[in-house]
Ligand binder design. Structure first.
Ligand code: SF4
Ligand code: SF4
Length: 436
């Protein structure tokens, strides 16, 4: 029987636009704007000031709390300013502006090989924290925190997420095809940190080449199983992935560690390898630029903090693009324009020539949203409660379990903006709890 989860949908994935495009370096930026908020948790705190000379890989901002991450300079050059800049969430956020001197000079401690197998678990975790690694699948949760579950949570499995179920995006696919050893070594480091646990690599069936390659590469490690999963959105969501691979259900309000599991994205594993085996912090990532709004869809290696505009121009941004989305069309965020610095969580940008506006209608009680919700919620009820501003009642209907996958909105024949209404409800419930 196929390993899968309940609910979900099958949108056309449009991956054919960019899946065969090898990773290429985006043009080196003249200037970068490294945002101090590019992870879940407290913003980072700058440790440099305007006028300072910095090297590539040098620490420029330290974590601002326990759940936070460090930032490093993606170029060598000079700090020009620290001030608010546009941010993909809509509100400007402080960013460190660095002018690139083009010399690409690494900080002394960086880009030096290390034998990670000789390091202790504590040393590996320190390296990951110092490298500012966050979840690169889009969640941006600081990785060193996720790899440090409390002692009462017994972990017996690690899952490497190579599903990339969001339509259009192909960055993880290309990474697995072009740098499988980097990904696999990073995953072995993660397994070791978690106590030598069994490892599973989940890949959707629409990437048979990546599945075959990772399977072949993983053959020498008996504690790693590569699992091909049916194509279904949101197969890459943590809870759905755990259900499909391990047949374990994360309880309501719970986390993967409650069922003995930790999930990491393939890009995160590659960054873990860089930190532990090369002493290279997270200063670049792979990102897809695609959609019918660009002439040449591509997968780029971008520097964190570089502006999106020149990258779109390189891809041949067409006149009259109606919509730019950071991430994919199901969970991504539409942007007001392209003048935005890229951040650690940017897995892709989709440019669209069409952006139809739908007039929402009354719920016709067809139950399609309920049948397809992968979390077993009643999106129609949540939508109606949000519309009536009865936000606190949404908590009784488990609104906080919603993973914001957008399946309900996608499937609704009445074109109701269900996930948008749910997001408002979640925020109100959380605010009320905080006040209490
Ligand atoms: S967005 Fe939330 S309510 Fe809608 S289908 Fe996904 S999990 Fe269910
Ligand atoms: S899919 Fe839309 S119309 Fe159907 S029950 Fe859900 S909210 Fe109502």
């Amino acid at each position: 029987m196929a390993r899968t989860f309940k609910g979900g949908v099958h949108p056309h994935d449009y991956k054919e636009l960019s899946k065969d495009r090898p990773i290429e370096d985006a043009p080196a930026p003249d200037v970068v704007f490294v945002s101090l908020r590019q992870h879940i948790g407290a913003p980072s705190k700058p440790v440099v000031k305007p006028g300072d000379e910095v090297k590539k890989g040098q620490l420029i901002a330290e974590p601002g709390g326990f759940v936070s991450a460090a930032c490093h300079s993606p170029v060598s050059g000079k700090v020009k300013s620290i001030k608010p800049r546009p941010h993909m969430m809509g509100t400007p956020v402080d960013a460190i502006e660095i002018e690139n001197d083009g010399r690409e000079e690494w900080a002394e401690e960086c880009n030096v090989p290390a034998d990670w197998e000789k390091l202790s678990v504590d040393e590996l975790k320190k390296k990951i924290a110092a490298a500012g690694i966050v979840g690169l699948g889009g969640a941006t949760f600081p990785t060193h925190v996720k790899l440090s579950p409390p002692p009462d949570k017994k972990i017996d499995a690690a899952i490497l997420n190579g599903v990339e179920c969001e339509p259009y995006l192909t960055a993880d696919h290309r990474l697995m095809l072009e740098q499988p050893d980097r990904v696999l070594e990073g995953f072995r480091i993660i397994q070791r940190i978690l106590g030598g646990v069994k490892g599973y690599i989940g890949i959707e069936a629409n990437k048979p080449d990546a599945y075959m390659l990772m399977k072949e590469k993983a053959m020498k490690y008996p504690d790693i199983e590569v699992v091909m999963l049916p194509v279904k959105y949101p197969q890459g969501a943590e809870k759905q992935l755990i259900k499909a691979i391990l047949d374990r259900e994360v309880p309501s309000g719970g986390l993967p560690m409650d069922v003995g599991c930790v999930v990491q994205n393939v890009g995160t594993a590659a960054a873990v390898y860089d930190a532990c085996a090369r002493n290279v912090p997270l200063i670049e990532r792979i990102m897809t630029v695609t959609g019918d709004g660009v002439e040449r869809p591509a997968n780029y290696r971008i520097r964190i903090g570089q502006m999106l505009t020149p990258i779109l121009e390189r891809s041949g941004l067409k006149e009259g693009v109606r919509k730019l989305i950071f991430g994919g069309p199901m969970m991504g965020l539409a942007q007001a324009g392209p003048d935005i610095p890229l951040a650690k969580g940017n897995s892709g940008v989709v440019a669209m020539m069409e952006a139809p506006l739908f007039e929402p209608r009354m719920c016709i009680r067809c139950s399609r949203c309920v049948d397809h919700c992968p979390m077993g919620l009643e999106p129609s009820v949540l939508s109606l409660l949000s519309e009536a501003r009865r936000y606190l009642e949404m908590a009784e209907h488990d609104v906080l379990d919603c993973i914001e996958c957008g399946v309900c909105t996608y499937i609704c024949p009445a074109r109701r903006p269900i996930v948008q209404q749910i997001k408002i409800g979640k925020q109100k419930v959380l605010e009320a709890r905080k006040k209490k």
